[in-house]
Design a binder for this molecule. Structure first.
Ligand SMILES: Cc1c2[nH]c(c1CCC(=O)O)Cc1[nH]c(c(CCC(=O)O)c1C)Cc1[nH]c(c(CCC(=O)O)c1C)Cc1[nH]c(c(C)c1CCC(=O)O)C2
Length: 367
């Protein structure tokens, strides 16, 4: 990871490097844990910030992004922070408008309808210039964290971003986006390739700005057939891992990279060959099957059903025990299989995090 910020100022020394060690396959005294959407609406202090500030204003204001990034770390003994931002800032950077509509989620007033619409996008934009605010938020937050835990940077995967740009928001079938893959395969590849190039630049910039780990969210992977996955998702994911790693190597920096291809059960074996260090799993995958298919090289992350957090304290602890037994305590990062929901209790995160630490420590001591 970068030792100094872009202005040359040294970053504070890292105190808790547990998650980086798990990512590199080194021994850990207990299992590191963080939670997808750990900064979010389930926290009253987050809702307070959001009541005064529009969603993308929080993303664009480094002090606000830092504040909400740190909120869950003040409450829970988490082993990583993830910068507050959104995957949809990339469509914004290429010129698309995205609104966060309360109760509905992200909405694009204008979507890509046909390949000629690609001409209206600025696919050769200068990502660093367009998204400097996110890079500034990373630098500011890494300094403010003061070495407590590593800071995770992230982006959406090319397929997931393409799907949002065509669907204009959430969709249960993704049928408009999938139609492009069958009707306009060449134009789909042009768009995916352009996004891939931007994402490689963006992820390298994030590390230079202070990110100590990277996660790529292919949240809409599971809607693809195994064949479409192989043609339209896997090659670009591989290109991202290779492009980012070789770009960073030239700068003498190495950071662990995680791929979260939600619901792509059929693709674990292939994802393990892409160059990503960590595969993040949703809750539909049996841990032992994932380990068998991924092999011993990669670290696994996941995959408690987020809804398990609606259970009692005892039930959460029992579910964590089962999860740890199945994953083991090494080459493993505990997390949920997807993000927190807004109606969840903050106390359930406390129970989850403490259970991961306590049981994995006991397991290590007795082995
Ligand atoms: C698909 C996707 C998006 N954004 C993201 C993904 C990939 C992960 C996933 O599959 O969930 C990634 C994301 N979005 C957010 C983060 C911040 C870091 C964190 O995880 O704590 C991260 C890593 C903040 C956010 N991004 C969003 C919120 C909640 C909205 C708000 O504050 O009003 C947060 C905390 C909004 C958002 N942005 C997006 C969605 C689907 C939503 C939720 C819409 C809703 O439920 O109303 C697009």
């Amino acid at each position: 990871m970068a030792a100094v910020d872009p202005s040359g100022k040294p970053f504070p020394p890292l105190i808790n490097d547990l998650i980086l060690r798990a990512a590199r396959g080194e021994k850990t005294e207990h299992v590191p844990v963080w939670v997808m959407r750990q900064a979010g609406r389930y926290l009253p202090e987050f809702r307070e910030v959001r009541a005064e500030n529009e969603f993308f204003k929080v993303c664009r204001t480094p002090e606000l992004a830092c504040e909400v990034t740190l909120q869950p770390l003040r409450r829970f003994d988490l082993d990583a922070a993830i910068i507050f931002s959104d995957i949809l800032i990339i469509p914004q950077a290429v010129g698309m408008e995205v609104q966060m509509v309360p109760g509905k989620g992200p909405t694009f007033p204008q979507v890509l309808k046909e390949p000629s619409d690609l001409q209206h996008l600025n696919l050769n934009c200068n990502v660093k210039e367009e998204l400097q605010y996110m890079l500034d938020a990373l630098t500011f937050t890494r300094h403010t964290l003061n070495g407590k835990v590593p800071l995770i940077g992230f982006c959406g995967g090319p397929w997931t971003l393409m799907a949002y740009m065509i669907e204009g928001g959430g969709s249960s079938t993704q049928s408009k986006a999938k139609a492009w893959l069958y009707k306009y395969p060449e134009d789909s590849h042009i768009l995916l390739k352009s996004l891939t190039k931007l994402l490689i630049e963006f992820l390298i910039d994030q590390v230079v700005a202070g990110a100590q780990m990277l996660q790529v969210f292919e949240s809409h992977a599971g809607i693809l057939t195994p064949e479409c996955f192989k043609t339209f998702l896997l090659p670009y994911i591989k290109e991202i891992a290779e492009g980012v790693k070789s770009g960073l190597k030239r700068l003498n920096i190495d950071v662990p990279m995680t791929i979260f291809a939600k619901d792509a059960h059929y693709g674990i074996e292939e994802l393990a060959t892409t160059g990503f260090d960590i595969i993040s799993l949703d809750w539909t995958i049996k841990p032992m099957r994932a380990r068998h298919e991924a092999g011993q090289k990669v670290t696994l992350q996941g995959n408690l059903d987020p809804c398990a957090l609606y259970g009692s304290e005892n039930d959460i602890q029992d579910n964590v025990k089962k999860m740890l037994k199945n994953f083991g305590t090494q080459k493993y990062i505990a997390n949920l299989g997807h993000g927190m929901y807004p109606d969840m209790c903050p106390e359930s995160v406390q129970t989850f995090v403490n259970a991961v630490h306590n049981y994995s420590k006991l397991m290590n001591e007795s082995s």
